[in-house]
Design a protein. Structure first.
Length: 87
């Protein structure tokens, strides 16, 4: 994607994309489970983050794991994601 692009009120497909110095305003950010996007120096204002297809299936799986007593591994993943995993 061109660097410095401003997205307004758009649905943005994220899988495998790279964004540099972009601004996203009130956009629907959609990730479907492909290659993770790269954001370099981007800003987000009022965006909605959606998970579809394989990404939604992964979240549904984590919900099942949580519900059958796997709270600790799911919490460990969240801790790792948020940088609290000590790594």
């Amino acid at each position: 994607m061109p660097a410095g692009t401003i997205y307004n009120h758009e649905t943005v497909t994220l899988d495998g994309e790279e964004y540099a110095d972009c601004e996203f305003r009130d956009c629907r950010m959609v990730f479907s489970g492909g290659a993770p996007p790269v954001f370099d120096g981007c800003r987000f204002d009022g965006c909605e983050w959606k998970f579809e297809d394989a990404a939604a299936n992964t979240l549904a799986y984590l919900k099942v794991v949580w519900g059958v007593g796997g709270k600790a591994p799911v919490q460990a993943l969240i801790k790792e994601i948020t940088g609290g995993g000590g790594r």
